[in-house]
Design a protein around this ligand. Structure first.
Ligand code: AMP
Length: 441
């Protein structure tokens, strides 16, 4: 038996339904905020991530899936979504669009060679937004509130935004020096990664999982004390707008994010009770320039779909996920089966969720199969009734049943099943099917 690679998952059954539901909510919220869907390649040239994400990050130094293709090109499976979107923005000269900012969202698989554990996969799925072409703090606030609202729409009311500012490069330079001065006496005590970070990127010491519990950490300098006037103004405005938008947030000086490209606002979404990281993002005003485009201020967010789905499953927050069908068509002989095939098609095309029998099993097992799918109604086909143009419709809950003329079947279901999701125009569809019931001809 061939088994799936380490750190990957199969999403099936109920979980797959919850997954689709999560994606629907994401799509629908993105539509309301007027973010356009974007698809970029799953593999890109390796250079993009080295230059884009940064050579001092864990993602690039330890976690990328790098390979050479048969043409000897150096390629990398994308570990995150932002670099690809920015590459596309530059390559397609979207910066020339007079209607900046460009607001896009994506949803797809990312690849990181991490140590697999609960909630940490090697093939993970993320959705994310990128806004390219606005430095206004209102943009930061929109991205933060949008990500907060997606979780809210999914019924997760335990989510809080942890927000911090890394300021502009001047603010960060003074902070870096202060961190080095502070941590120098403790250098021997820091973990091996932090010893390296001390020289390459001291900010990253702040969110080290290993060192951050050490007693001398709590007195380490905080970036907010090093923000210059412009950076402080930007941060204060973001917070003011978040208050206006009623986003639940805390200012958290320990959020620095793992990637090199952030400046000003950085944030993470976490569950309040379990501190589970659901996503993060921030402003990255230098990335477009680093990737050979004109300097363009940007802000974005990426959220993990695997964790969202796991959380909804654990908390049983999937009451909005449909777990039943509208009707199950039952038959015994070949003539009845033809009606089953025909009527299943007709009802499905009219917007109803319909199932039938595919293995010519007995009526008894068909009843069981209908229950397995939680069918609201049973449509029992019987040759004698069919000759009179009738079918039996049974409410599977109340067990009441009645005979209905075939041509009224759709109207019957339309009346009895309140299905807000019907997207087929019933009336025009019925007019074009005036001869339904004639499938024997
Ligand atoms: P990051 O940009 O690395 O903070 O990732 C954003 C979100 O993606 C995280 O908050 C997680 O929800 C999710 N995520 C990141 N890495 C993984 C992983 N290895 N497995 C599953 N989800 C992940």
């Amino acid at each position: 038996m061939i088994i799936k690679p380490k750190g990957t998952v199969d999403i099936t059954g109920k979980e797959a339904k919850v997954w689709k539901y999560v994606e629907e909510v994401i799509d629908s919220v993105m539509e309301k905020y007027n973010y356009n869907y974007i698809r970029t390649p799953i593999f890109e040239s390796s250079e993009l991530f080295h230059r884009g994400i940064g050579d001092s990050t864990d993602i690039v130094t330890k976690e990328t899936y790098d390979f050479k293709d048969r043409g000897d090109r150096n390629l990398t499976l994308r570990p995150e979504g932002t670099a690809g979107v920015v590459r596309s923005f530059v390559e397609n000269k979207m910066y020339g669009n007079a209607n900046l900012p460009i607001k896009v969202y994506y949803n797809g698989t990312m690849y990181r060679y991490e140590r697999p554990q609960k909630g940490r996969l090697r093939e993970l799925s993320q959705y994310g937004v990128e806004c390219l072409g606005s430095s206004d703090p209102m943009m930061d606030a929109e991205v933060i509130s949008l990500s907060f609202n997606i979780n809210k729409m999914l019924g997760l009311d335990d989510v809080v935004v942890h927000i911090n500012s890394l300021g502009d490069s001047d603010s960060r330079n003074s902070y870096r020096e202060a961190l080095k001065t502070y941590f120098k006496p403790y250098l021997d005590d820091l973990c091996d990664d932090c010893k390296e970070r001390f020289n390459k990127n001291p900010l990253r010491i702040i969110d080290c999982k290993i060192d951050s519990n050490k007693s001398y950490f709590k007195d380490a300098p905080k970036i907010l004390d090093f923000l210059n006037v412009e950076s402080k103004e930007h941060f204060d405005k973001v917070c003011e707008y978040l208050d206006l938008l009623e986003v639940k947030y805390v200012v958290d000086p320990y959020i620095v994010r793992g990637l090199d490209y952030y400046n000003h606002t950085v944030f993470e979404l976490k569950t309040e009770s379990t501190n589970l990281a659901l996503g993060g993002g921030g402003r990255y005003d230098k990335l477009v320039g680093n990737l050979d485009g004109p300097e363009t201020p940007c802000v974005g967010y990426a959220g993990g779909i695997d964790r969202l789905v796991e959380l909804l499953m654990n908390e049983k927050k999937f009451s909005n996920v449909r777990d039943d069908i509208d009707a199950f068509l039952m038959y015994v002989n070949e003539d009845e089966k033809k009606y089953a095939i025909y009527l299943a098609n007709l009802l499905r095309m009219s917007g109803f969720v319909v199932e039938t029998e595919y293995n010519n099993k007995s009526l008894k097992s068909q009843f069981k199969r209908a229950d397995y799918f939680n069918s609201k109604y049973l449509i029992i086909l019987n040759s004698n009734d069919l000759n009179d143009g009738l079918v039996t419709v049974k409410n599977n809950k109340t067990k009441e049943e009645e005979k209905i003329m075939i041509e009224y079947l759709i109207y019957y279901f339309d009346e009895h099943i309140s299905d807000d999701n019907q997207d087929v125009d019933l009336e025009s569809y019925c007019h074009s099917h005036d001869k339904r019931g004639d499938c024997n001809e």
